[in-house]
Design a protein around this ligand. Structure first.
Ligand SMILES: Cc1cc2nc3c(=O)[nH]c(=O)nc-3n(C[C@H](O)[C@H](O)[C@H](O)COP(=O)(O)O)c2cc1C
Length: 205
């Protein structure tokens, strides 16, 4: 059993999304003792450089019919990140909302793994995922409210992540969401408690 833990906040150990996704991984390990966890930090924490954007070689390869394995740069990174994703039985993604959507480093990961004729293929009916489905847990954090009647901003984070993951075949998505973390101590505590209780409800007490 392999768990892939992807983390996109640049805020290191202080990140609410990382704390929430760590909690999800702990609950998964309790359920699957002996599972291995691969941590993929995207935003340049723990002395790991941030995941770069895709480059010219990659964009050209994706535009050509060959779409061959890479020898360097983004193509090689893409091969490695896709391999890491393929090997995962469960995927956990911890991410903040940045400017209504995913942080740019998570978008870069998406650009590396959503690869035509690899992880998805075009059909007359639209793009179809090539990856076998598996559970994906999203641990989301936002400064404001993102969902429900109290939301005061459009949400391009969760719907986008659901759509893009589905496009490569990952449709079994569960969302835990800590919201209102920048709205003062009381509402932040409320938002965190709500997210943690979503996790408890999902995994059982
Ligand atoms: C560049 C940037 C953009 C942000 N944009 C939004 C936003 O559009 N909506 C929102 O609710 N919060 C926004 N926030 C606040 C973060 O979502 C919030 O602080 C969240 O708790 C951060 O999660 P983290 O602790 O896991 O990094 C933004 C924060 C940053 C740094």
């Amino acid at each position: 059993m392999n768990i892939l833990h992807i983390s996109a906040s640049p805020r290191g150990p202080q990140a609410a999304s990382r704390e929430l996704s760590n909690h999800v991984v702990e609950r998964l390990l309790a359920r699957h003792p002996g599972a291995t966890v691969t941590v993929r930090e995207l935003a340049g924490v723990d002395e790991e450089p941030a995941l770069p954007h895709i480059d010219a070689g990659y964009a050209l390869a994706l535009s050509s019919a060959a779409n061959e394995p890479g020898v360097d740069g983004a193509q090689l990174r893409s091969d490695g990140l896709i391999e890491e994703l393929v090997r995962a039985d469960i995927v956990v993604i911890g991410t903040p909302m940045h400017n209504l959507t995913v942080p740019s480093t998570l978008k870069s990961w998406i650009d590396h793994v959503v690869r035509i004729n690899r992880t998805m293929r075009p059909t007359p009916e639209g793009k179809v995922g090539n990856l076998p489905d598996r559970p994906v847990y999203l641990a989301l954090a936002s400064g404001g409210i993102r969902t429900g009647e109290r939301a005061r901003q459009p949400d391009f984070l969760e719907p986008y992540l659901r759509a893009i993951l589905a496009m490569i075949g990952l449709k079994d998505v569960t969302v835990f969401s800590a919201e209102g973390l920048a709205l003062g101590a009381e509402r932040a505590a409320e938002g965190r408690a709500r997210a943690w209780s979503q996790v408890e409800r999902h995994f059982g007490g």
